[in-house]
Design a binder for this molecule. Sequence first.
Ligand code: MSP
Length: 653
Amino acid sequence: MNSKKFYITTPIYYPSGMPHLGTSYCTIATDTMARYKRLQGYDVMFTTGTDEHGQKIETNALKANTTPKKYVDAIVEKFKSLWHTLGISYDKFIRTTDESHKKAVQKIFKKLYDDGKIYKGKYKGWYCTPDETFFTDTQLVDGKCPDCGREVTWTEEEAYFFKLSEYGDKLLDYYEKHPEFIEPEGRKNEMIQFIKSGLDDLCVSRTSFKWGIPVDFDDKHVVYVWLDALTNYINSQGYTSENETEFKKYWPADVHFVGKEILRFHAIIWPAILMALGLPLPKQIFAHGWILFGDGNKMSKSRGNVVDPIVLCDRYGVDALRYFLMREFSFSSDGLFTNEALINRINFDLANDLGNLLSRTVSMIDKYFDGTIPENQKEGNVDGELINFAVSLKKEYETKMDSYRFSAALADVWLLISKCNKYIDETMPWKLGKDPNEKDRLARVMYNLCECLRIISVLIEPFMPNTPEKIQSQIGADKNQCTWESASQWGVLPRNLKTQKGEPLFPRIDVKKEIEELNKMVEDSMKAAANKSDDKQEETAENVVKLIDIEDFAKVKLIVAKITECEPVKKSKKLLKLRVDDGKDGRTVVSGISQHYTPEELIGKSIILVSNLKPVKLCGVESNGMILAATCPENKVKVIFADDEIPAGSEIR
Ligand code: MSP
C-alpha cells in the first residue's frame, strides 16, 4: 500500500441552479491539486458532489412541476458533464440522495442523539407562513419578513439541536495547537472572533419541509441540510460501514477547499461534529476568495461579460480557461473576471510566451538541423545559469503548490519561459546558424531549450492536462522522460533528439474582433433572457399553482346571481356596470368585459358572483363583488353562465 495518501475535497454544490464559472473555480483548483499530488506519487482521493436536499430544491421542483428527485437528477447531470469538459479527475462524486449517504446520516444522527450530543427542543423564531421560513429578530425588516415583506408570526416548532455551545473552548484550543488548521490566517481570526462572541446550539432538524433525510426514530423530522452535507466528507469514505480500514485509508482529509462564505460551517460546526463523534479532524480547511463578475456579484450572472464555462472552453480551449483561472487570481482573495483579462492572458502568456518558445525552438531545429539535433554539442558560458534555474524550479514550485499559491507557482514556471526567451536573444541562434564553425554550439542551444520545454511541460501538467502532451510530442520527448522526478533533472532527453513541428499551441486572438463578438453574444443573450422572463412571468401566473388549504377556499362566498340591468361605464373602454339580483336587495357589480359582451347579450343571464369581496370603486362606480369569467386563448373572455333554473342567491359550495 502507498503510505503517501492525499485526500482533498470540494464543497458539495447545490443543484438548485446550473454549475457556473464560480463553482468551476474551486473544482479546477481542487483538480489541479489532486493532479499535482498524483504526479508526486501520492495515492489521491479527490471527492466532489452535490448537496441535494432542502426547502429551496423542494420549492424549485414544485415550481418546475416535477419531483425534487427528478429536478436534481437533471441538474446533477449538468454538473457531471461540465466537470467532464473541464477535465476534472475526481475519484468519487457524492450525491446526498445516495442511499449509502442517507443511511450513514441517519446512523450519525442516532449516535449523536444516543450519546446526548443531540437533544430535542423547540425552535423559536418569527415564521413567515408563505415562505415557510424562520427568522430571528435581527433578520426582520421593519418587523416583517425580509424576503417577501409580509407579516410574520412568533412560532415555536419542535426540533432537534446539536450542542454546539459546548465546543467553543475546545475549538479555540484546537486552533491554537494546530495553527495550520484554518487558512488563510485572516479568515482564521474571523472564526476566533465568532466563537468568542458565543456559540448557540445548532438546530439540526426541520419539520416544515419534507425533502430531506428523515430522522429514522422520529420521522416527522428531516435532518437539517448542513449536518447532512458536511458528513459527505466521511460518508464517502465508508464511515459507519462495517469496513473500518477502508474509512481510515483516507480520513482525515488533508484539506477541504471551501469558499470564504462557508468557512464558518467548516471551521466551527464540522470540527465540533467530528469531536462529538470522536473522529480526527481534517488537517486543514482552506477558504478561497470569490470570482466577482463586474457588479460585485459572486454568482455567474454577468453584465457585459461572457462567463459560461462551456462557451469559454469552446472558444479558447479547456487548458486556456483553467490556466487563466489559476493564474489571474490569488486563490485566497477575491478577483474580478473580465473577458479582456482572459484574452490578454491567452495572447501574452500562452500564445506569445509559451507557444512562441515552442514553435521558435522546433522551427529552428527544423531549419538548421532538419528536425534532428546533432549529437556533437558545445557548451556556452550562459548555459549554466539557465540550467541551474530550470532544475531548481521544481522545489520553488512545490513550496508554492503546497501552500495553494497556484498563481505564484505558475508565475515561477513563466519565469523559466521568459529566461528561455532571453537565452535565445543572448545566444542568437540565427547568427550561429550562419557560421559553420558554430554548429556544435547551436546544437547545444537547441538541446537546452528542449530540456527546458520538457521541464515546463511537466510542471504545467496539474494546471493544463492537455497541453503537456502536445509540447512533448513536438520536442520528441517520451512520457517516461517526463516524470515528476525528471522535472528537476538535466540531460534526460537523448542528445540526438528528433523533433516534430505541430500546430501552434494557442492561436493568438484578435482582441478587437473577439470583444465585439463577445459583446454581441452578451446582447443577444440579454434579449433572449428578457423574452424568456416575460414568458416565465406568464408561466408563473398561469401554470404555477400555489396550493391553498380548504379553509382558505371556504372564505370565498360564491352565489348565483341574475343580471337585471347592464350599461357601459362612462369614461371607460373596458368596464360594464351590472345590476344583479342576488336573492336579497340586489347590488351593483362592475366588470371589465365590455370588449367581449354587449349589455344586451348579458341582461337576463345567470352568472356566478364572488359575493363577499370588499367593495371597490372603479372609474367612480362602486363594485360589490366580481363575476367569474374564463380567459381563453387569444385573450378572449367568456363569462361563466349558470343554469337559468337556479334561483338567484343560491350559494355555491
Ligand atoms: N452546498 C453548500 C456547501 C456544502 S459543503 C458540505 C454550498 N453550495 S453552493 O453551491 O452554494 O456553493 C459551493 C461553493 O461554490 C462555495 O464554496 C462557494 O464559495 C463557491 N462559489 C460559488 N460562486 C462562486 C464564485 N463566484 N467564486 C468562487 N467560488 C464561488 O454552499
